[in-house]
Design a protein around this ligand. Sequence first.
Ligand code: PLP
Length: 423
Amino acid sequence: MTLVLDTTSTHLPFDIARIRRDFPILKREVAPGVPLVYLDNAATSQRPVQVIASITRYYRDHNANIHRGVHTLSVESTDMYEGERAKIAQFINAPDAREIIFTRNTTESINLVAHAWGRKFLQAGDEVVLSEIEHHSNIVPWQMLRDERGIVLRFIPMLPDGTLDLDEARRLIGPKTKLLSVTAMSNALGSIVPLTDLIAMAKAEGATVLVDGAQSVPHMAVDVQALGIDFLAFSGHKMLGPNGIGVLWGRLDLLDAMDPFMGGGDMILTVTLDRSTWADVPAKFEAGTPDISGAIGLGVAVDYLAALGMDAIRKHEIEITDYALRRLADVPGLSIFGRPNAQERGGVISFELEGIHPHDVGQVLDTHGVAIRTGHHCAQPVMAALNVPATARASFYLYNTTEEVDALVDALEQTNAFFGTGR
Ligand code: PLP
């Protein structure tokens, strides 16, 4: 049964049909007569033709290595690559394009901070505050640094509804806290983290703040100056951009004070057989030939998002998520993890179907063309806190429609029937 809501595609904040025409993959079938319903956007987004074409165009018309080249193609490639840096700075309201460091992904961006900032500024006994809902990429680098340097890790606990325990955060963040490193949104549950409160607590103690923006930068307006943070990490592939390109934004004074992460070409000023000196930021942190076409593709992705407007994208996701929460509530045996209200979460819904393993749910949904993710979502501590081995997760983006939510619900009802649950 389909609910009649005023959130049908035609009422959504932009023209979904037009947007979907930009994403050729959304027209494909996963088997004859079985159209794809792509609901795995928290893992990676799809790419519009504009991004795909920009990469082809770059290799077809401009390809050359960047920086120091005197020939036309090298100058063009350098200008394109550096131009994207400025565009991305504007997208997150960074005051200076030199603060944008191109990395491979969020994981590399966080590792860069752990190596280059952590090894320089943290000593044994210093405390780094994380949360229980972090992706492994914001836990493991700090554990590695703890084992090497003797820093102390503190974790803000998750409450049963998937939000963070702010009273406990207030207790944990104190004079020994040198870094608060938290996600803006849980990829496993969709919980939106109250960054303003946490940042205020950390800043009152003089701590540095890193935000893992892997799930926020693609889905809502993020302003690093308004947030008052020091580092922001995010990945191109979750925001319509290519794989293999990510961003670390850092405050210029901090980046200037840090030593390099990797050594090699492009990050030096001088090299003798005896010693080397470093280039200025951002080159200091971009050793070797970077992913030039990736940066160009990411720039086009940012243009695409900016043209739609991040507030409109967020509004669309709230509407889709609200519709999905209401429809899923009617599926027999289904329970949803996290907050019940779409305003308090991102477009991510983790759920379980009683008596059916999430992997089996995912496999049956795939036979209906519905692509979701099942497993621990690289957030094993969240699974441990929920006391489940895995969840099934549907996640939405700007091109998803209420009809696709209906397809998910129908496929879940078929899953119940397939397993003969009698529901
Ligand atoms: N942080 C969060 C919150 C994520 O959702 C992800 C990916 O799912 C990551 C970090 C890691 O991103 P990547 O694999 O692009 O480095």
